[in-house]
Design a protein. Sequence first.
Length: 94
Amino acid sequence: MYKLVPTKEFAKGLKRLSQSEKKQVKNRLELLKDNPGHPSLRTKRLAGTNIFESSASMGIRILWNYSRETQQMIILLAVGPHDILKQRRLRNRY
C-alpha cells in the first residue's frame, strides 16, 4: 500500500471539480493507493518523464510520480480535465 501525498497544485485542481468528479477521483485514489497498475486506472508513463497519468474518468486525469525519498509514497501532482496534459506550466514544472 502506498501513501498518497498531494501537492498544492493537486489540491487546487481538486477544488475546481464538481462533486461527482471529486467522488470519482476519490474512488480512483483508493485504487492507486493499493495498486498503481490497476487496469481500470489505465496508468501510463508520460514519454520522456517520470510522471504517470491515470484516469479518474473518461475526462479527468490524475498526474503523479513516485517519491524520490521512498518507494512507498506517491506524489499527486495534478488533477483535472484531459487537457491538463497540455498545460504548459505543468510540463515545465515537473
